[in-house]
Design a protein around this ligand. Structure first.
Ligand code: NAD
Length: 241
């Protein structure tokens, strides 16, 4: 679903988008070779490695092969490090989209208690860092966290990136909180739902994102922003083709 949306949006915006598919048993060296050739391709400004990869491919090494200047997903350690330091870089698209949503609420983030549930490299960690760099007080929760409901109830901003349908109930949310639902969960009937019990939580929240049509489209938009940034900023070595 996500891959198709990215591809379609690129075409709508007039960007070249090419999907390169490989069989599940593709060799590590073949993937590395492909990424290196895209790194050197002047008509390419952004490279996305769609996760998860099959186990044998060592996704960390694959991600590290992407040129950080074309890493529009913001998943290269170089960009993670710069994000941590609050420096200009490619920030992962989902957290970047969340920050845009928060900006649009016109809420002053300074001093707000943000509780992030989830510590993945794609969502949880980078959004926690970005909220911290925006002067929030940040609590990061994960599968081993104790007293999760009581921590959630302290949140002025609650970000749920767990991957469990309706995990956040109304009794875990403070009145007036901003609730950002990152989760995308497919139910048995095929419907997509988030991590938040939207219908009940919305009665308490000051702002809340729905699923679908909340963080998802913002992720795509942020990815496109990152790609335009790459296109503007990339400098090719003078002696290359
Ligand atoms: P992940 O599986 O890598 O991480 C899930 C996190 O939830 C882990 O850090 C884990 O510690 C935590 N967790 C699991 N059970 C928990 C519990 N009982 N209590 C507290 N924490 C718990 O997933 P991810 O890649 O970060 O994605 C999270 C969700 O967001 C998924 O549903 C994914 O599909 C969705 N997602 C959406 C977008 C988007 O654009 N909207 C982008 C990326 C991911």
């Amino acid at each position: 679903m996500y891959v198709n949306r990215k591809h379609r949006t690129c075409l709508e915006l007039g960007m070249l988008s090419e999907l390169r598919k490989f069989p599940g048993n593709v060799s590590y060296s073949r993937i590395i070779q492909e990424i290196k050739s895209l790194n050197n391709d002047r008509k390419v400004h952004g490279i996305l490695v769609q996760l998860p990869l099959p186990e044998h491919l060592n996704h960390k090494k694959v991600l590290e092969t992407v040129d950080p200047k074309k890493d529009v997903d913001g998943l290269h350690p170089y960009n993670h490090g710069k994000n941590l330091l609050g420096k200009d870089c490619f920030r992962p698209a989902t957290p970047r989209g969340i920050m845009t949503l928060l900006e649009r609420t016109k809420t002053r983030l300074e001093g707000k208690h943000a509780v992030v549930i989830g510590r993945s490299n794609i969502v949880g960690k980078p959004i926690a860092v970005m909220l911290l760099n925006s002067d929030c007080t940040v609590t990061i929760c994960h599968s081993k966290t104790r007293n999760l409901p009581s921590l959630c109830r302290q949140a002025d901003i609650l970000v749920a990136a767990v991957g469990k349908p309706h995990f956040i109930k109304a009794n875990m949310v403070k009145k007036g909180a901003i609730v950002i639902d990152v989760g995308i969960n497919r139910l048995k009937d095929g419907k997509i739902t988030g991590d938040v019990d939207f219908e009940n939580v919305r009665k308490k929240a000051s702002w809340i994102t729905p699923v679908p049509k909340g963080v998802g489209p913002m992720t795509i938009a942020s990815l496109m922003e990152n790609t335009v940034k790459a296109c503007k900023e990339i400098e090719w070595p003078k002696n290359s083709d």
